[in-house]
Design a protein around this ligand. Structure first.
Ligand code: FES
Length: 171
């Protein structure tokens, strides 16, 4: 049982930045086929002192309180950072304010890192012509459930799946 005064308990009680973000510049969605958790993150950029930095980030998630707590912290932490700076944050860094996570909850913070990477990493395109710019991540307001791949194959271990056509990463 969590200490009700702990940072984790507080983040669970009062999560920030929940919900869709209208006019987001990037969206990342990941799912964990083992625990059934899914998380989507919306990111909006702004220009600040000649840099393109994250203005706001929001998220939606099913159920898992630890993933919600880490996503809440992460969406606050990445504000004012460039995409590259945000991508350099590990799952440990994103959840550091919560203190050490129990082993069975480490993948919850990795799910948040996966959503961030899904949103910010350039998409692979079918057309490799060098002059073509990589399109921005697709922006969709589709319901989170609509993209959940319940039929993902289970190959053992935890598997975080980048949805929207990206390949998964084993953790
Ligand atoms: Fe799987 Fe938290 S229990 S993401």
């Amino acid at each position: 049982m969590n200490d009700p005064q702990s940072p984790l308990s507080e983040a669970i009680r009062n999560p920030k930045n929940i919900g869709e973000l209208a006019d987001a510049d990037a969206i990342g969605t990941v799912g964990n086929s083992e625990c059934g958790e899914m998380l989507r993150m919306w990111i909006k950029f702004k220009e600040e002192k000649g840099r393109r930095v994250i203005d706001r980030a929001t998220f939606q998630s099913f159920g898992c309180e630890t993933a919600i707590a880490v996503a809440s912290l992460a969406t606050e932490m990445i504000r004012g950072k460039t995409a590259q700076e945000a991508l350099e944050l590990s799952s440990e860094a994103l959840s550091s304010a919560l203190g050490p996570l129990p082993p069975m909850k480490i993948h919850c913070s990795q799910l948040v890192e996966g959503a961030l990477r899904s949103a910010l990493l350039p998409r692979k395109t079918e057309d490799p012509r060098p002059s073509q710019t990589t399109p921005a991540a697709p922006v969709s307001n589709a319901n989170l459930l609509a993209n959940f791949g319940h039929d993902q194959p289970k190959t053992g271990g935890l598997r975080i799946v980048l949805l929207d056509g990206e390949s998964g990463q084993n953790v």
